[in-house]
Design a protein around this ligand. Sequence first.
Ligand SMILES: *[C@@H]1O[C@H](CO)[C@@H](O)[C@H](O)[C@H]1NC(C)=O
Ligand SMILES: *[C@@H]1O[C@H](CO)[C@@H](O)[C@H](O)[C@H]1NC(C)=O
Ligand SMILES: *[C@@H]1O[C@H](CO)[C@@H](O)[C@H](O)[C@H]1NC(C)=O
Ligand SMILES: [Cu+2]
Length: 347
Amino acid sequence: MGILFGKFLLSAIIGLAGFQVSALPTPGDTPKCTTPTKRMSWHDMTDDAKKSYLAAEQCVMSSPATVKLPGAKTKWDQLVSLHQIHALQIHSTGTFLPYHRYFLHTHEFLLNECGYKGGLPYWDEPRDAGKFSSSPVFSPTLGFGGDGKGAKNCVADGPFSNVTVNIGPGFTTQPRCVNRKITNFLSSLSAKAQVTAALNYSTYDTVWNGIYSGPHLGGHMALSMMNGDSITSPGDPVFFLHHGFVDKMWWDWQAQNPSKRLTEIGGPNAQDPAIGFTEFPGGMEVESQMWGHPTAEMAAAAPDPHAGDKGNVTTLGHVLTSKGIIPDATIADIMDIKGGYLCYDYV
Ligand SMILES: *[C@@H]1O[C@H](CO)[C@@H](O)[C@H](O)[C@H]1NC(C)=O
Ligand SMILES: *[C@@H]1O[C@H](CO)[C@@H](O)[C@H](O)[C@H]1NC(C)=O
Ligand SMILES: *[C@@H]1O[C@H](CO)[C@@H](O)[C@H](O)[C@H]1NC(C)=O
Ligand SMILES: [Cu+2]
């Protein structure tokens, strides 16, 4: 009796399990995005939302690293290291926009682990163009602290005044403060007219550089110091607000013609050594005088920039990796911010 009953239960469970398995999505299906999270400009967030975001950032910065990346001691260092090992693949290239979109998603995962529930903020920079230093982004109480002070331009107020970042500058690994030197006249490169001009291209192959060389570089230059370090700029948490805006520019362009632009990709998938970063003259060898060369450990950790592509041009199959912080994805996965793999919208 007991045995029979047990057998019946067992077959019922197996039957049920079989049913459930066949009801699961088959590989290749993506989940539907029904309620996208809202990404708002810092200006428009409630005080409570700002506080909970800043607290989650502090938590990421004080949490020990979980993934082995060169020099990374904290989860924050992991993000900076990830950017460092990718630096020569994801700037001045067609992978610039997709990799940074995936990078924001990786950051969001770490914030969620630290209890943050809202959408990622971005910085609607045209509102502060020409006067970055008076932006609410730099509030000492409800923002990221203000301009740097002292010989090293360390941020001296706000929640990140005592943070130690262990990665950088450039391809070095030296503990340092978050530093900034805001130049208001350079922040006029983020004006609405500059954004319109940056998006005034009809192909992906041209618009990525419009965004990259336009308001993207402008924002980095206006903040300077850590944010001006092409290799380890994510050390300053304002990086993620700035890149939220960069991602929004790409999305605004995609949304103008979704039937074409949700699948349109291109551009080189790694820097040409003869050119290096397009914004600096001289090519990689000359540029290495600014930030050194990747160490052997960094070079070994750097992914194959051609992974998923059949040559040196970026394709939808291109593999995006966070080295295990979140699973790898492809560019096809992240093209649509409401496609299922991603599920957010800019408001
Ligand atoms: C940073 O350290 C100083 C000196 O120890 C302290 O007064 C200040 O409250 C600290 N700030 C933060 C945000 O922890
Ligand atoms: C956009 O590009 C077109 C063609 O290249 C040019 O004629 C037009 O003036 C540009 N508009 C803006 C706002 O930059
Ligand atoms: C890409 O590959 C082609 C063919 O091998 C080559 O002619 C071209 O110079 C390469 N471009 C870059 C940017 O490396
Ligand atoms: Cu970058």
